[in-house]
Design a protein around this ligand. Sequence first.
Ligand SMILES: [Cu+2]
Length: 117
Amino acid sequence: MRRKLFFTGSIVALSLALAVVLILHPTRARSEAAASPTEVRVDNFTFGPDTLTVPVNSTVTWVNKDDVPHVISSNDGLFKSKALDTDDKYSYTFSKAGTYSYYCSIHPKMVGKVIVQ
Ligand SMILES: [Cu+2]
């Protein structure tokens, strides 16, 4: 009788441990998938880095470190910032995989891309 109780207790403890693992694991996986914000510095008329690779659902933030305004414009019109003054920021969240080319619509020679995978 005592032995059977111990056995039952072990099964319950084991089930609880398994449940905890099953409940916690997807939570952890989800927080890993939600990527940390990623920054592109706009400095000296260049995007740094000019090619940025991020996981799906990443929010990319551009920060203008120049003392002239810049506009972040995607080539296909998917996103476009207002004119960013010094230290202004613009963020866009990429929810689909793909390669997103962009440029500064004030200085079209400034180009960059975000690779979402
Ligand atoms: Cu510019």
